[in-house]
Design a protein around this ligand. Structure first.
Ligand SMILES: C[S@@+](CC[C@H](N)C(=O)[O-])C[C@H]1O[C@@H](n2cnc3c(N)ncnc32)[C@H](O)[C@@H]1O
Length: 728
């Protein structure tokens, strides 16, 4: 089994000093690179290594000499550093490093920052260095291990151009069981937050998630030295049968370029110039949510900030950023409001017709609330109330499975109107009751004539009150209805009176979904109300969204758009995705907005995998969060989302572009609640363009989709082409 799992790189710990995921339980921040072991082996002999001379019957040991240069391996060989090699090295061309080169290398190397000794600070050169700037490695691939950025540590670099698709390393792995890795027995509840086992060592920055059983793998060899990039040029695959991890170039790599893998979405490091670009969007994104509580991880423990939000621990936030200042001012203004004032402000309904409302529902269906009255024709009879039960039995007997065809209507109504007639059976004119306190309503069909309206002579209540009873839709009525009726208990019950006359009447074809529809359509025939959104007792839903919800949705759209632009700047397709809790009225407010679970962008270019669309990567990242137990604390999530039966149950997805058919189906399978996208993908999109997966009645889930309707507004929608190469 050879499986590519980009997001499986481990580094799962809660303590500062490692990798950051968007989660409550595994947020880990790499404040500084992992510290090397205390051992000083190799520290002063950067160009010497112990190597195995396999085939020559010799064995070897890693770490060739101690500080004093004492040999500890069985067979040792002096090798030149790969950094001293000429650009196209052959063994014959190698020359031992000069003393000058060695001292330069030592001077340049300052990772990790050594502890201050007698006033000498980090980075000063008179301290023992744990690793050399270059480490010899016997590999046929043209790569070397080198340190270019001390804050990142060692990395893997190309010593000549490497084409895409080339395997550059196959590392055997050392698998650590969950208990060995975490230092905890299964089920043991350790709440002190202290790391144990291997996880407490620097290895935690090097492990790959191996199995879903919690096992972790240390890649031996070069596999552990690939640094992370959000735009990686190397993919890797875990081979569970061989116990290896293979690394392959995903795109052409130029000589001198670093080979990087992708550790996972929402991974971030701090303090590294090399990763500033990677961090920027995530921090920008989270800084908003952290500091002004606009979604994201603002309330998730380690990120908790005080009212002073001008900078984080790493001092990366720019308090002079005007948009940031504006956000802070806005939050301060909101916080200054009383709860009542805030609720009033937040809950103001912004109607879709309002200029502020920049979203359009993507649907081919008519919104049931906008549905106009449609009619269908039925047979009815007017009988005294005491006969009604016999009529129901008659109807039930002769309709069988289709009895429910008229379930959306009330079966009876008082007789108050002359009704349209059919030729067979003959219809008699009847005396009509008026509506209490007024004129009878006009006939919706125009079939009645005002001349036929007469004062009631029938009792209006009691067993003899006349009722109109619906029998069957004309389209599915028994052919010999009049005869059947005459011979039925209904006819018998009325003897010696005459059998009531059949007539046809037009009635609403659908149930009402709002009170207004019920009252309007009920003038035609009393109709059942089926509130589609808020339950039977609710009144008509107000159209539009609360102001706070609308603002939050727009802020998410802005963030996903910025992320897409950033992906484009990195050479990826400019498509991005955010997965957030969905707005829940009564639970969320502008000061307590939905949290963000993951953000992701398209990585088709860097991974060479045409399936790594932004939505797909984001779903993958949520699954990864769940595997790690990293979903935000249920208390922070709206009730629907807190314990989800499916990946995206109750969640909202924001996409810079309409998802393709495959991603639309993935969202559907994951049971997303609603989707907001900014640009259509004509000819390729699965939520409105090519097809509308989200409202296909043949599929087992439906979700609401909204498309940005604000044009190029304050940066959203600008700078990207509308048409997307979804599968170039
Ligand atoms: C698997 S190791 C990579 C090799 C490591 N640079 C070394 O010298 O041992 C992962 C560690 O490298 C560092 N690292 C990897 N990618 C990085 C990046 N993009 N920015 C900063 N540090 C990074 C972090 O310290 C991380 O914990």
């Amino acid at each position: 089994m050879n499986q590519t799992i980009e997001t499986l790189l481990g580094c799962r710990t809660d303590a500062p000093g490692s990798i950051q995921h968007s989660s409550t339980r595994s947020p880990v921040l790499l404040a500084e690179p992992p510290h090397p072991p205390e051992s000083t082996a190799n520290a002063k002999s950067p160009s010497r290594a112990s190597v195995a001379l396999s085939g020559a019957g010799a064995s070897a040991s890693a770490g060739g000499a101690d500080l004093a240069g004492e040999q500890v391996g069985t067979v040792e060989q002096e090798l030149p550093s790969t950094r001293d090699r000429p650009s196209s090295p052959t063994d014959r061309e190698w020359a031992p490093p000069t003393a000058e080169a060695l001292s330069q290398r030592e001077l340049a190397y300052s990772y990790p920052p050594p502890p201050a000794v007698n006033g000498t600070g980090a980075g000063e050169t008179d301290t023992a260095l744990p690793y050399p700037p270059a480490t010899p490695h016997l590999t046929r691939a043209p790569i070397e291990i080198a340190t270019r950025d001390p804050s990142v540590g060692r990395g893997v670099f190309a010593t000549s151009d490497i084409p895409a698709g080339q395997t550059v390393e196959i590392s055997p792995v050392l698998v650590l069981g969950e208990e060995e890795y975490t230092g905890r027995r299964k089920g043991e509840d350790c709440t002190d937050g202290r790391l144990r086992g291997v996880e407490a060592s620097q290895l935690r920055g090097y492990v790959f998630t191996w199995g879903r059983d919690g096992s972790m793998a240390v890649a031996l060899g070069i596999g552990s030295l690939f640094n992370h990039s959000a735009s990686p040029n190397v993919t890797y695959s875990l081979d569970y049968a061989q116990y290896t991890i293979s690394y392959r170039t995903a795109k052409p790599v130029r000589k001198g370029e670093e080979l990087c893998i992708f550790y996972g979405h929402s991974v971030r490091f701090s303090g590294s110039a090399a990763t500033a670009a990677i961090e920027r969007d995530i921090l920008e994104d989270e800084s908003q949510s952290v500091n002004d509580e606009w979604g994201g991880l603002g309330r998730l423990g380690p990120f908790e900030t005080t009212s002073d939000t001008s900078s984080d621990a790493g001092g990366r936030r720019d308090s002079s950023d005007p948009s940031r200042t504006a956000r802070q001012a806005r939050v301060a203004a909101l916080k200054a409001m009383s709860p009542e004032e805030l609720a009033e402000r937040d809950n103001e309904i912004i109607a879709p017709t309002d200029a502020e409302f920049r979203w359009k529902k993507v649907t081919e269906l008519i919104d049931p609330e906008d549905a106009q009255l449609t009619l269908t024709t039925c047979y009815a009879i007017d009988v005294p109330a005491r006969i009604s039960a016999a009529v129901f039995q008659f109807v039930r007997k002769h309709t069988g499975r289709k009895f429910n065809e008229l379930a959306h209507l009330k079966r009876v109504r008082p007789v108050y109107e002359p009704l349209s007639t059919t030729s067979t059976p003959k219809v008699e004119t009847v005396d009509l009751p008026t509506q209490p306190g007024g004129d009878p309503p006009a006939s919706p069909t125009g079939s009645s004539s005002s001349s036929s309206l007469k004062q009631i002579r029938q009792p209006r209540t009691g067993p003899d009150a006349l009722q109109s009873v619906l029998l069957f839709p004309v389209s599915s009525a028994p052919e010999d209805l009049a005869e059947l009726l005459a011979a039925s208990p209904v006819g018998q019950a009325l003897l010696p009176e005459s059998v009531p006359l059949l007539y046809t009447v037009e009635v609403p074809a659908e149930a009402a979904v709002t009170d207004l529809q019920a009252s309007e359509w009920g003038k035609v025939w009393p109709v059942q109300i089926m509130h589609i959104r808020e339950g039977a007792k609710a009144t008509k839903r107000k159209k539009g969204w609360e102001k706070a919800k609308l603002e939050w949705i727009e802020s998410q759209a802005r963030k996903v758009w910025e992320r897409a632009l950033d992906a484009g700047r990195r050479g990826e397709h400019p498509v991005a995705c955010r997965v957030t809790d969905s707005w829940c009225t009564g639970f969320h407010t502008s000061l307590h907005p939905p949290v963000t679970l993951v953000t992701a962008h398209d990585t088709r270019v860097s991974t060479g995998n045409v399936l790594t669309h932004a939505a797909s990567n984001a779903i993958d990242a949520v699954a990864y969060l769940d595997c790690q137990g990293g979903r935000p604390d249920p208390a922070l999530l709206s009730p629907e989302t807190a314990v989800p039966p499916y990946l995206l149950t109750g969640l909202s997805v924001f996409l810079s572009h309409e998802p393709c058919l495959l991603c639309a189906m993935s969202l559907l399978h994951s049971r997303v609640k609603n989707l907001f996208y900014i640009k259509r993908a004509p000819g390729a999109g699965g939520c409105g363009s090519l097809y509308s997966v989200h409202e296909d009645r043949g599929l087992n889930h439906r979700f609401e989709v909204y498309e940005w309707d604000g044009g190029d507004f304050e940066g959203i929608g600008t700078g990207l082409q509308c048409e997307l190469p979804l599968d170039p």
